[in-house]
Design a binder for this molecule. Sequence first.
Ligand code: WTA
Length: 677
Amino acid sequence: AAEALRMNVTSDLPVICQVTAKHTAGIKCNVAAFMPEAAGFDGVSDRSALQEFSVSNSESFWAAVARQRLSWIRPFHTVQDCDLSRGEIKWFVGGQLNVSVNCLDRHVHTCPERVALIWERDESGSEVKVTYRSLLEMTCRLGNLLRRHGVKRGDCVTIYMPTCPLAVASMLACARIGAAHNVVFAGFSAEALAERIRDAQSGTVITVNQGVRGGKVTELKKTVDTAVQSCPAVQQVFVAMRTENPVAMTARDVAMEEEMLKEDVVCEPAAMDSEDVLFLLYTSGSTGKPKGLVHTQAGYLLYAALTHRYVFSYHDGDVFGCVADIGWITGHSYSVYGPLANGGTTVLFESTPIYPDPGRYWEMVQRLKINQFYGAPTAIRLLLKYGDEWVHKYDRSTLKTLGSVGEPINTEAWEWYHRVVGDGRCPVVDTWWQTETGGICISPRPSDADAEIVPGMAMRPFFSIKPTLMDTEGKVLTSNDVSGALCIAQPWPGMARTIHNNHQRFIETYCRPHPGYFFTGDGAYRSKEGYYQITGRLDDVINVSGHRIGTAEIEDVLNQCAAVAESAVIGYSHDLKGQGVYAFVVLKNDVEVQGAALCQQLNNMVSKKIAKYACPDFIQVFVQRLPKTRSGKIMRRVLRKVVERDLDGVGDLSTLDDPTAVQEIIQGHGDLCGKQP
Ligand code: WTA
């Protein structure tokens, strides 16, 4: 039976070319060449018809794509069973598959020596290439090792590693044996890691001895040691060696590479139901507690694969360079799952944009012959400041598409990316999506090769995505040239299914605000032409260098300081980071502290309890209270206007509990920003 299973899952062809001539008769050849499945869609003779079909016949669209592009152990019997208003989302019900088989085995069958991963190590010029065959081998050994150590189907394994092949193999090994993974960004502190391990009820952690980034060594294993002290459920920690420096090992620790060598290179893939959990990924929301978004097997993988293929126009043989860390959703979907499901070659970038110098990205593009480059606006803005020479030094003629993700890209950065990096040749795709959406939902491509791209706009919905804008009363805005709350009107396979251990929060956050729609938390503008432009978060989540952080999370930490009575954190517009963190702190009456020492202490606390990137850029300490409504709500609108120095915009203060508080705040802001640049 095991053999039959293996045969069955690996015998499917990696599709694309299975459509026969008889199906394509009468179809304009460009659309069938563009997407073979389109040949089977009634009345679809061009791309815009295909887009319409995918939205109005989303079930038929996804059924065809799922059959064609995934290898199933058992076919699904129901395409979808969704009720957005109740937060019930199921795709490809009845189907069984294994994600690691889809990402590895089927490509090993057709092209074992193709490079799957190019690990662009921190040390420039020392890249390591991993073929599909050897990635499968690595994954199988690791899967067997995890199994031997008692990791079972349904367990959750926390991965706290830098971006590297063993991290990818760890994710895929979990998928292979039916465990869920929970990758925690290796920049998070011990406490933040511990919170995520506990919430995920993880009994196993995988880490490395040390991390290396930008030439600096970080003690990841030590951080894990500290974290697991407050995680009684953790029974074992697998430790891989990223550097040669030994670390203290305890009885709980397992030397990963050493033990992997003892394992077999064949590992029976678990037959997973479409809706079994593939991974949890924690992200910030508007409360102090991060939420573990849950993604499942088939729908997530299919959506990552299809968006990777079509948004970036990825073709066989291309080298795909997504520079995101695997600790974020972008790393999951576009460094790992999308490219591997498509049998692609994907770059794992371990370094920073300016190490050893600001030419790093482009030197890498030249050396690795990267065809699609996918990065964050914050890095583009930073590099722009270093000047064009760093770009011109290197040959970028392999580049075909440039992508941007994580935050709005301002026109100046967009133009520079397009003109200087891409020599005016490559389409720039500003891709809008979220941890919750699993993959790209709005982006200028796919569209006709000559379709216009407007700088700084995500523009066009992906296949089957139906964006909807709501006014403040919750009514659908039907016309163009309007702004509103961005919702998505029908489910798609890539969307998150729930929040781990808190389905109620999932419903309240995403489904309740606009019943029947998925609420994204972002605002958007729809132009006269019908293009979408994201205007920013509508909730108390801010975006610092493309990293999401809830203002409440930072406030929770500040409030733990003995001298602090209360605090309010807001985001403000920042040249490089997109948004910076500005904290207002009210001291307790009787405390005597020195401002600078207190700020230092508060910064240390945030860094220790969350991560460095969450540290406030400004901390304004004062003694009166925060501006509040009579019902006790902090008026963030007022604080934002003060920081934006838009005092006329402060507006009506008559509902304030104590209007004089605002005077002190304005004064304090002036003093602070006069002093600190
Ligand atoms: C923001 C990252 C404008 C947005 C993939 C979203 C963007 C949040 C864009 C999700 C974009 C992401 N233009 N804003 N192209 N892409 N965002 O979960 O506010 O880390 O809600 O996912 O980033 O961040 P997350």
